[in-house]
Design a protein around this ligand. Sequence first.
Ligand code: SF4
Length: 153
Amino acid sequence: MGVGPAGVPLRAHHLLCLTGFRGLGYSEAFRVAVADLVRDLHRHPLRLSDSADAACRSCPRLTGSGCENEPVVREMDGWVLRLLRRAPGDGDFAGVLYAELGRALAEPERKRLCRNCPWEVFGFCREGLARLRAGQGPPAAELRLGQKDPAVL
Ligand code: SF4
């Protein structure tokens, strides 16, 4: 299984984040970058990584040495990679990866995986995982970019 060397680089834990994306984000540039990634899910294979991707490069939380929460997000990347039995640099199609993630990740473990994420309280990823576990596949490309960011972020 897998694809050739091409593919859209994606931090492994962002696979899960993208299932919960509602058009909200840390900044306008970040929201647009994540919306582009969601659209790319349907057009190109992905290449999993455990370092900054296009979303990070548009994120105000990216510093010169990586994410300001690099140890936390790196642990989440490794967690998702282990669930998928993949390594950084491995590529595949979103539909394949999401089917595997839906089989491998149950809600109690997702809650532990996401315990340090500021978005966890909104329940978007809980709903995203439920869709995956129901076999509903990658998130839709149509996004609501007009929503207001939650004040907590
Ligand atoms: S919070 Fe960190 S891991 Fe998440 S998009 Fe921003 S820089 Fe990347």
